[in-house]
Write a protein that binds this ligand. Structure first.
Ligand SMILES: NC(=O)c1ccc[n+]([C@@H]2O[C@H](COP(=O)([O-])OP(=O)(O)OC[C@H]3O[C@@H](n4cnc5c(N)ncnc54)[C@H](O)[C@@H]3O)[C@@H](O)[C@H]2O)c1
Length: 339
């Protein structure tokens, strides 16, 4: 975590204290607080403080294990399999990306599968750590049902993000980190609460008819990006992070907000590798690649062709200097959780 301003540091300490109160050790509490603060700083509010109460509720209901006995099984110098023992997802993911980096530095490639984990927030947060160590990375996680497989009337896939990161030869990393749904579920929840419409083409009602009514969309299904292509990508992520790792899959990951009947048993897959495996001048080549694309003639209204991750990096740097704004309902959560 980069150095944050004093007010943010105070907030970070408060979150650590809360996680400590709920039984996490100091190291696990700091890892989790850093991930939440980072989400706020990159503007991914749906993965930041708004989730703190949910994590604490899940610990209280014993469906997140605050004192996990995480096991790392070495399969080869490059490959490891982590059983997270239903730790908070941040802790499992932190361990996994560190191991993936270590293995790639040693052998050229690191491949880490994680099972029995929970929601870990933003894939890009872990990708950045590998890219900072000059590695290319691909990261997958599955998530609770939100999106209907192409042709189905029922949600089964999660918003299953796909993440790819690479060094760029400049200080701004290339991080493509995208969910496979047309719109994120948080936005639909907010629209339903405020009686607002949602855009066309993002959801179907429970009868399978397209709808712009947020409440009907919540009872129905969300649509994947690009029809059957997005559905295929979601399916791929479910296979890579669920079937392959030993984690839950095929719609069995529980919703962290609504389902306390057991742990989520989410799976993640982390792949990292060196940039110089096949060419010696990767930095020159990636710079040339990006520059050629950036120099293309632009459509009206576009000042700069940006690569994935550029906008988030700018937002993060800007927000680092500012105070994190906390919504009133979250302030209340913080107070209750603290005392
Ligand atoms: N853990 C989970 O279960 C889970 C599930 C879903 C999503 N997420 C996380 O939520 C976050 C948000 O996902 P999202 O799909 O809403 O992301 P998004 O739509 O904000 O961005 C998707 C990608 O597009 C890039 N991008 C955005 N505007 C761009 C532009 N003008 N030009 C070029 N590139 C541009 C972004 O840098 C990003 O890489 C991600 O970090 C993801 O990992 C987590």
């Amino acid at each position: 975590m980069e150095k944050v301003n004093l007010k943010t540091e105070k907030l970070r300490k408060k979150i650590i204290k809360i996680f400590r109160k709920f039984g996490l050790n100091n190291n696990h509490a700091s890892i989790s607080a850093d991930a939440l603060i980072n989400a706020e700083l990159v503007g991914a509010y749906g993965h930041g403080l708004s989730r703190l109460k949910m994590y604490c509720d899940r610990i209280s209901k014993k469906v997140i294990n605050p004192k996990p006995k995480i096991k790392t099984k070495k399969i080869s110098q490059s490959i490891s399999h982590i059983d997270a023992d239903n730790s908070i997802g941040f802790v499992a993911a932190d361990l996994a990306i560190k191991k993936a980096i270590q293995n790639a530095k040693k052998t050229g490639i690191g491949l880490i599968a994680v099972k029995n984990s929970g929601h870990y927030g933003l894939s890009g947060y872990y990708a950045e750590q590998a890219v900072k160590k000059n590695l290319v990375t691909m990261i997958y996680t599955n998530a609770p049902p939100a999106v209907a497989p192409h042709g189905a009337l029922k949600s089964l896939f999660g918003t299953n993000p796909i993440c790819f990161g690479t060094p760029t030869g400049s200080k701004i990393p290339f991080i493509l980190d995208t969910s496979i749904s047309m719109i994120n579920r948080g936005k639909i929840r907010v629209a339903a609460r405020n009686n607002q419409k949602i855009p066309e083409g993002v959801a179907l009602d429970k009868f399978g008819k397209p709808t712009t009514d947020a409440k009907k969309a919540l009872q129905g299904v969300q649509l994947p990006i690009a029809g059957f292509r997005g559905s295929g990508l979601a399916w791929m992520v479910d296979i890579l992070s669920g079937v392959l790792t030993g984690g839950n899959h095929a719609g069995r990951v529980k919703d962290p907000f609504d389902d306390f009947t057991g742990p989520q048993n989410i799976g993640h897959l982390f792949i990292t590798f060196k940039t110089n495996l096949f060419v010696k001048n990767y930095n020159t080549r990636i710079k040339e690649n990006i520059n050629r694309i950036k120099r293309l003639p632009k459509i009206k209204g576009v000042k700069e062709i940006m690569y994935p991750g550029q906008n988030k990096f700018k937002r993060f740097k800007m927000n680092l200097k500012k105070e994190i704004k906390i919504a009133e309902n979250i302030k209340k959560d913080l107070e209750i959780l603290e005392n």
